[in-house]
Write a protein that binds this ligand. Structure first.
Ligand SMILES: [Zn+2]
Length: 277
């Protein structure tokens, strides 16, 4: 999700403890994952630049160890906005190839190319990190929320950070302009379900910490929406007709339609994506 950071708004960084070594930090923007390893900290996403100092302070309450890796789950500004503030001689920024490409493109378009913002290591399919007993597995999922999404699984801590391939408790933002798709989004979640078990803690890109049971019902919701919109497309309905059909997704609009993506936008996004596929 992309949000504009309010400059003077007071933001508090809250910490949820998800396992012995993994924490979730919330402030404004995408949920941050923090793994405190033997000698280093592995961090996932960094919200907006004005929050970097607060985020660093919050991490200091957990450990004095240095942040060795900052991993970006995708290119949106509410997940990568602090890159330049965290990137240092001792902190390496890592992301999927397309995250680097999109960030570079966006910076060049705005005449603001700054290498400190760009990932210094990029990968195409997956990459593993090792720290003590922990194996941190990051893997790319195709055309889901964007074209550069990756999830990060802390295997022994049994925590999965899904980035914006999961908006727990609310309709998802699927960024069609940046390579996202309904089909890819559902497939990404199904891939996550294969990896995890009933005890896994999930860090969604937005929303509260979640679990397998909730993710299963979320996939069911997405499949329901997909089938409803597809049948409208097959009946020859136009974008406007589907966009205005307030009954179409009614069972879910009350529970999931109060976030950044309202029911109308949900119907439109699914229509546009499925019409193409
Ligand atoms: Zn996003």
């Amino acid at each position: 999700m992309q949000l504009i950071a309010a400059q003077n708004e007071e933001v508090t960084i809250n910490i949820d403890t998800l396992s012995e070594h993994v924490y979730m930090l919330t402030g404004k923007g995408g949920n941050i994952g923090v793994f405190v390893g033997q000698d280093n900290v592995f961090m996932i996403d960094d919200q907006f630049a004005p929050l970097s100092d607060k985020i660093k302070k919050a991490i200091k309450t957990l450990t004095n160890l240095p942040i060795s890796i900052l991993f970006n789950t995708h290119m949106h500004g509410d997940h990568t906005g602090g890159n330049a503030n965290f990137n240092s001689k001792t902190t390496t920024v890592v992301a999927h190839d397309n995250v680097r490409k999109s960030l570079k493109k966006r910076l060049l378009e705005n005449n603001k190319l700054d290498n400190k913002i760009l990932p210094e290591v990029s990968f195409s399919d997956d990459i593993a990190f090792y720290d003590g007993d922990e194996i941190i597995m990051a893997f790319h999922v195709h055309n889901a929320h964007t074209d550069g999404d990756a999830m990060v699984f802390f295997i022994n801590n049994n925590v999965l950070h899904m980035g914006d391939t999961y908006f727990s408790g609310r309709y998802p933002f699927i960024d069609l302009r940046n390579g996202g798709s309904v089909e890819g989004y559902i497939n990404a979640q199904k891939k996550a379900l294969i990896l995890i078990n009933d005890e896994t803690k999930i860090i969604p890109g937005h929303g509260r910490p979640s679990n397998k049971k909730e993710l299963e019902s979320y996939v069911n919701m997405l499949v329901f929406v997909k089938e409803k919109v597809l049948s409208e497309i097959e009946m020859g309905k136009s974008l406007e007709e589907v966009s205005d059909n307030t009954d179409l997704l009614s069972p879910y609009d009350k529970t999931h339609g109060n976030g950044f993506i309202n029911p109308k936008r949900m119907r439109e996004t699914f229509y546009k994506s499925l019409k193409k596929e």
